[in-house]
Design a protein around this ligand. Structure first.
Ligand code: 5AD
Length: 333
């Protein structure tokens, strides 16, 4: 079901708690109709915080000098994957900054190694590369790719990114990935600087057009040492509204309850799920990587956020009537 612009505006402006509780309920019932009470898990491996891009909001952007940079060696990536596989994970998400030290061939080698050794899905989240690179990664066995559009408003996109990036270039990459047959994820930051309800309505409409398999959204959170360090973080409420809208419009999409949401709110993870999210991505990176992969301040990467907390996470989810699903959790049309 698609909302009209008027309905979207009403939801985004609403402060009526009863109305919003109804909306969240409809969203979680929509998720339950597709996924029952199962929550899919993905092992998040943060492989590098080097980045050639200068996104103004991002805590690992190239111009932030206070960042302690790291990149995992191939063996360290393999050993994180091994740990994740043993813990029951069947999806590995390789996420990193746009680190040109890793050539296209390096990634192809890593992907082939993982596909050869593990019966697991591979998701990449490593930014914009060429069509040829994406083809190479796909041929090596990659299943999914996450690339958020960040904001669907062209002018705001430009205010969030330096001149050498554009929304057009992002969208081309997203459509390249779709054409190559990936399960594609896109999404945006909630309440990033300069965004507003109207730009979020554009986000919702762009996501209709892209029709992605996965939709990742989370609140903007400021990062000290970036241009946007003094801007306020997005709210739990606005994130929940947008999650619910996206779930109702995309009943089958894989929608994570993100770390960013859990960072701004004690109960963020479960609030995301109770608004229609159905995926959690625990962190399996080695400690030095977790400590330095800080896209924003206060990012959580331990306890229930991490692989060592996965049993506990399951017990926690059960208190709310959900449980972890330990299979690949592919998108089914
Ligand atoms: N606050 C919230 N999310 C952020 N991201 C990057 N920086 C921030 C921030 N300061 C998100 C972007 C990117 C994803 C990997 O992390 O949306 O696509």
């Amino acid at each position: 079901m698609l909302f009209s612009d008027k309905e979207l505006r009403e939801i985004l402006l609403s402060e009526d708690q009863d109305f919003l509780e109804e909306l969240y309920k409809e969203a979680r019932e929509t998720a339950k109709a597709t996924f029952s009470n199962k929550i899919y898990i993905r092992a998040l491996i943060e492989f590098s915080n080097y980045c050639k891009e200068g996104c103004y909001y991002c805590g690992i952007n190239r111009n932030k000098y206070s960042v302690h940079r790291f990149r995992l060696a191939k063996d360290e990536i393999y050993s994180a994957a091994e740990t994740a596989y043993e813990a029951g994970f069947r999806t590995f998400v390789l996420q990193g900054g746009e680190d040109t030290h890793f050539t296209d061939e390096d990634f192809a080698e890593i992907i082939s190694h993982l596909k050869k050794n593990y019966d697991a899905a591979i998701t990449l989240s490593l930014g914009v590369r060429s069509y040829e690179a994406y083809k190479l990664f796909k041929d090596a066995g990659t299943d999914r790719f996450l690339l958020r559009h960040e904001t669907a408003d062209v002018d705001i996109f430009q205010k969030l990114h330096p001149w050498d990036q554009s929304l057009e270039r992002r969208l081309k990459a997203i459509y390249d990935l779709k054409e190559l047959g990936y399960q594609v994820g896109t999404g945006f930051m909630v309440a990033a600087p300069f965004t507003n309800h109207e730009s979020h309505i554009k986000d919702i409409k762009l996501i209709r057009e892209i029709d992605p398999a996965m939709i990742g959204i989370g609140p903007f959170i400021p990062s000290k040492g970036t241009r946007f360090e003094a801007y306020p973080a997005g709210t739990v409420e606005l994130t929940r509204k947008l999650l619910a809208i996206l779930r109702i419009e995309h009943p089958k999409a894989l929608i994570p309850s993100t770390t960013a949401l859990n960072t701004i709110s004690e109960m963020g993870r479960i609030k995301g799920i109770l608004s229609g999210a159905n995926v959690i991505m625990p962190n399996v990176s080695p400690k030095f990587a977790r400590d330095n992969y800080n896209l924003y301040d206060g990012k959580k990467a331990s306890g229930l956020e991490a692989i060592e907390g996965v049993r506990e996470l399951n017990e926690y989810l059960k208190e709310f009537g959900y449980e972890i699903e330990f299979t690949r959790g592919d998108y089914n049309v």
